[in-house]
Design a protein around this ligand. Structure first.
Ligand SMILES: [Zn+2]
Length: 246
């Protein structure tokens, strides 16, 4: 079976003198692996499009027995020269790529995740987002994958949550409730600023996030609550330099 699709290169490695393996996010099929025979040699078939941080139009097939995918040729749609030459930008972008590589992206959601990732790379390429930008990206991926709590109304009484009072977030159930309804039944106390920030991320995209100036304590609370939420529901934790499936 042959197909042509838009992909973003996540990782590339050598497995023989001239051959490469490539891990990429397909806009239609989620994260995929394939071999590029002659990949490090053939400029004609793969000229400049097997590096991480490349948006490529790939023609893919399978080997004779259908056991693995083979890249036949690619043409570069977009490279990210600033990300590749600026270590700080590269760090932010690599963090987003690693998360995608580890997360199990549902096939039907892969178009949305592809658009989100390329838009995120565009923003990192063109502006100077701060260090917590990848957290926003990770949270948005979780929301897009359906782990999407309602941060605007109490899950028990239906009252709006946007007052200045803290709310209670049940990480396991993914439910948010007002402090009147909770009465010590578990869940974590979260500030109103944090739920407002998370609701805002649900409604916006990467190009909006660079303008946000967040107080340190809200930033840290967003990090800690969302990282635990994603660890519980998506089974992903950050360990040293990569995400680990738990
Ligand atoms: Zn309530």
């Amino acid at each position: 079976m042959e197909l042509t699709e838009k992909v973003l290169i996540l990782k590339t490695g050598k497995f023989k003198e001239n051959d490469l393996w490539v891990r990429f996010l397909s806009a239609t099929r989620g994260v995929q692996n394939a071999f590029a025979f002659g990949g490090s040699r053939s400029r004609k078939r793969f000229g400049g499009c097997l590096e991480p941080f490349s948006q490529v139009l790939f023609k893919t097939g399978t080997n004779k027995t259908g056991t693995y995918q083979v890249l036949q040729e690619g043409s570069l749609i977009k490279g990210y020269p600033e990300i590749r030459s600026d270590l700080r930008k590269m760090g932010l972008a690599a963090n987003c790529l690693k998360f995608i590589e580890s997360a199990v992206i549902e096939r039907e959601g892969s178009r949305r995740i592809f658009d989100l990732l390329t838009e995120t790379l565009d923003v990192i390429e063109e502006s100077a987002p701060d260090d917590f930008f990848p957290l926003f990206f990770r949270a948005k991926v979780a929301f897009e994958e359906g782990y999407n709590p309602d941060f605007t109304i109490c899950s028990k009484c239906g009252k709006p949550l946007f007052s200045s009072r803290p709310v209670i977030f049940d990480v396991e159930k993914g439910l948010v409730s007002c402090s009147d309804c909770d009465k010590g039944r578990g869940g974590e106390l979260v500030s109103a600023g944090t739920v407002r920030t998370l609701a805002w991320i649900q409604d916006t995209g990467p190009s909006n996030w660079t303008s946000l100036k967040l107080p340190t304590e809200i930033r840290q609370e967003c990090f800690s609550i969302m990282d635990r939420f994603m660890a519980y529901h998506m089974g992903l934790v950050w360990e040293g330099h990569s995400y680990k499936k738990i």
